[in-house]
Design a protein around this ligand. Structure first.
Ligand SMILES: [Zn+2]
Length: 351
């Protein structure tokens, strides 16, 4: 008897390109939402685009968040409840979007994502990552109802945010390999469609690496479209598997061991070099991945991340402990093997 079923949650309106911020009001109107919005933002995006957003909604209440924390989520949730808002508009980079996503989930309302930087795939996906104590919590929520990504604004964001977004997409290569491995070894459900979409997204980005340059609005276009496509792959899979494998566990562990040293995307980029080596050894694709990261200006070594060699080794040998997600890390990478992996790939220097 056939008993399979699936529920795919996708953003309904996705606007990407030059000047699309002016169409935010129209994009929201076509969602037929009730009530007023609450704008959730942080200081810089608010200065850049806050007025352009508010003017399209009759000057709604704005809450400015400074850090991604559960306290911030609580504050946004309280204000949203007190004002009985109909939905949230998240304006900014990762932080306001993660916070609005979780607050919206908490109050049972939708949210609209208006990214001002293309630094990671959370701008489109239903995944949130918020630090708590010395760890990060990755939480499943609904994806945004709409995404309005104005490339004119995103092109002005600090360049390293864009290269971090690129590296986050390149990590799809190893994420999908980990997913297939978990399917073969642990019977984790695998979606051919989501896996292929995720890999194709990474490939297209690498093929276009030559057009990804600072100050070029086209770069923002390429990266945002890739982030949207990665987000769609996660929506189809109903999990972050298509875009998050061992390289993400490595990054989450670095967040604990060496907090706030490097951007999420940059950490997972280096993690992708390491875990590709673990998957396929010296003859594998790790050189191609490292070259792609170098071409877009993303870090490929511990020193470029601003972390020590020991911190990389510690993260690699303990990353499997983080969560119940089967990857190439299996039940742990031995110290000698981690050292060999990190030195062979040039992530750390041989002593
Ligand atoms: Zn990521």
């Amino acid at each position: 008897m056939f008993e399979k079923s699936t529920w795919i949650k996708l953003p309904r309106n996705v606007l990407v390109g030059h000047g699309v911020l002016a169409e935010l009001g129209a994009a929201v109107e076509s969602l037929h939402l009730q009530g007023d919005p609450l704008v959730v933002t942080s200081p810089t995006p608010n200065r850049l685009a806050g007025d352009a957003v508010r003017s399209q909604f009759g000057d709604p209440t704005t809450v400015t968040v400074e850090e991604a924390s559960f306290a911030s989520i609580e504050r946004v949730t309280e204000i949203a409840r007190a004002e009985d808002v109909g939905y949230l508009i998240a304006l900014g980079g990762g932080k306001p979007i993660d916070i609005a996503k979780m607050a919206a989930d908490e109050i049972g309302r939708g949210f609209v994502s208006v990214p001002t930087a293309a630094s990671h795939d959370g701008i489109v996906s239903g995944r949130s990552s918020v630090p708590e104590g010395d760890s990060r919590h990755s939480i499943a929520a609904d994806p945004p109802l709409a995404v309005v990504a104005d490339t004119e604004i995103i092109a002005q964001a600090p360049w390293e945010l864009t290269t971090a977004g690129c590296a986050d997409i390149i990590s799809n290569y190893t994420a999908v390999q980990d997913w297939r491995l978990a399917n073969r070894l642990k019977n984790v459900e695998y979606s051919e469609y989501a896996g292929a979409l995720s890999e194709m997204t990474a490939e297209m980005l690498v093929d276009n690496a030559a057009s990804i340059k600072p100050g070029l609005e086209e770069s923002a276009w390429i990266v945002v479209k890739a982030l949207v496509s990665s987000g769609v792959a996660m929506s189809i899979a109903g999990s972050s598997r298509p875009a998050s494998g061992a390289e993400h566990l490595f990054s989450h562990q670095l967040d604990r061991i060496a907090p706030n040293k490097a951007l999420h995307g940059h950490q997972v980029g280096v993690g992708t070099i390491l875990t590709e080596y673990l998957h396929s050894g010296n003859d594998g694709q790790w050189r191609a991945i490292r070259e792609a990261l170098e071409r877009i200006d993303a870090p490929t070594t511990a020193a470029e991340l601003g972390v020590t060699d020991d911190e990389v080794i510690e993260a690699l040998t303990t990353a499997h402990e983080i969560r119940d997600r089967y990857t190439i890390l299996g039940n742990g990478v031995k110290l000698e093997a981690a050292y060999e992996t990190a030195t062979a790939t040039g992530v750390i220097e041989r002593q």
